[in-house]
Design a protein around this ligand. Structure first.
Ligand SMILES: *Cc1c(COP(=O)(O)O)cnc(C)c1O
Length: 446
């Protein structure tokens, strides 16, 4: 593969952007390839190399790179009517109604421009609604580049800053606990329950190895928050309208939070986010209540149109069952390959999300419940080896994954997310043939 033009572009990019990129995960070594265009399930780089794409923009592109004609027609029609007005539009009401109709926890919603803005607003809302300051999050969870959740550690104590520039006095209000550890949650709520505004958690740990919740974990989170008068926030920025179809992960796992944050898929490829939840909580936002949220671009007509038309398409066509099928084919194939070539490794994910985690132990073949991705099934001989939290993923061969495996797959023409921690995504544009090609590539590179 020739990468001359990407190399030149990275050289120029280094002169204008810190690290040559606008979001750090893109700075793969030695330099990223620069995309010229997307085409269905593929991307083509500026040197003309074509890759089967499982990054899918890190989640938003449910249908792949080529939108159905009826979706692009509506986006273009909105564009020719103008981009933004500073006054409400019909399309934002329609997307709001669509989401309220399908997501169990959402009775009322406020649109934002990104996942970060959504989680930031959700935390402020929880604090304003409860009159409490402390926030509980889960180690390895990601809630965007915002001050309340960029903290280090998962020991059930007030945490330290997770980034330079976050004052220690901010981080003191945030407590982090390990994922899938109901006892740690119980301890934190027993000790500090009356000061806790909310527990914010990804219902499936998507930003740290794609880890399923163990049986009863989300239910415990629901019970403890209710008992202590704190809000349960599901950060479904990644899982929303991807896991569990139109009902999102909360529908799939049958646990209803007080608030939900969304972004990624709901923008149909444009920057859109949202926070939604119970009427009574949502009504504490300005202009009704006294918790401030505002944005020039919130409810942007172009993003609203793209999101609405794409979700309508997903509702009317066989998108989610097809994606779940493809995902099962891919994960089952990976499970077989791993059993042959790298029996220590673990296949994880569900629906259209997947990853192979380079765990170091657990050579046993998975039990029946886990053949299409680890479900922490108690009867599975691998249960005690499969990662259940961030520490389990950190213990894997993260360097081998990133420096050798990622590069090897790229050379085979398969574009994976940049490191061991980020989930990978199927789209409606992927085909059974693509899955076969991908499995061959895994077989060669693993
Ligand atoms: C991507 C992501 C965010 C941040 O969203 P941005 O749109 O990148 O700001 C927050 N939470 C989760 C769970 C995410 O996956």
């Amino acid at each position: 593969m020739n990468h001359d033009r990407s190399r030149d572009l990275y050289d120029r990019a280094l002169s204008v952007f810190p690290g040559g990129v606008n979001s750090p995960v893109r700075a793969v070594r030695p330099y990223p390839f620069f995309i010229n265009r997307g085409d269905g399930a593929y991307v083509v780089d500026v040197d003309g190399n074509r890759y089967l794409d499982y990054v899918m923009a890190y989640g938003p592109l449910l249908l792949g790179h080529t939108l159905p004609e009826r979706v692009t027609a509506r986006i273009q029609s909105q564009l020719s009517d103008g981009t933004i007005y500073g006054a409400p539009t019909e399309v934002e009401v329609e997307l709001g109604e669509f989401i309220v109709r399908h997501v169990p926890s959402i009775e009322r919603i406020r649109f934002t421009n990104s996942g970060t803005e959504a989680t930031n607003t959700a935390v402020r809302l929880a604090r304003g609604y409860t009159g409490r300051d402390q926030v509980v999050i889960v180690g390895g969870g990601y809630h965007g580049a915002q001050e309340s959740t960029l903290v280090d550690g998962d020991h059930g104590e007030p945490a330290g800053p997770g980034s330079a520039g976050v004052p220690a006095s901010f981080a003191e209000h945030t407590i982090s606990v390990p994922f899938n550890d109901p006892a740690a949650l119980r301890d934190v709520f027993e000790e500090r329950g009356e000061n806790i505004a909310c527990l914010m958690v990804e219902p499936l740990l998507g930003n740290y190895g794609c880890i399923d919740p163990i049986d009863g974990y989300l239910e415990t989170a629901r019970e403890l928050t209710a008992e202590h008068g704190a809000l349960l926030i599901f950060d479904e920025v990644m899982t929303g309208f991807r896991i569990g179809g139109l009902g999102c992960a909360q529908g799939a796992f049958d646990v209803t939070p007080d608030l939900t944050t969304l972004a990624k898929v709901i923008g149909g490829g444009f920057p859109v986010g949202a926070v939604g939840g119970r009427d009574e909580v949502m009504e504490t936002l300005t202009p009704v209540g006294d918790v401030f949220h505002a944005s020039t671009y919130a409810g942007h007509p172009v993003g609203m149109t793209a999101g609405l038309e794409m979700l309508r398409y997903a509702a009317e066509e066989n998108v989610y069952p097809h994606l779940a099928d493809l995902g099962d084919q891919l994960r089952a194939g990976l499970t077989d390959i791993v059993a042959d070539t790298a029996p220590g490794y673990t296949v994880v994910g569900r629906d259209s999300m997947f990853k192979v985690i380079f765990t170091r132990e657990g050579g046993d073949a998975p039990g029946d419940g886990c053949t299409t991705g680890c479900r922490h099934d108690g009867s599975c001989p691998r249960t005690s080896y499969c990662p259940q939290d961030a520490a389990g993923v950190d213990a894997a061969e993260t360097e081998r994954w990133e420096r050798l495996f990622w590069q090897g797959m790229k050379e085979e023409g398969v574009f994976l997310t940049a490191n061991q921690h980020e989930s990978q995504f199927l789209s409606y544009a992927h085909t059974t043939e693509d899955i076969e090609t991908t499995l061959e590539a895994y077989k060669t590179v693993l």
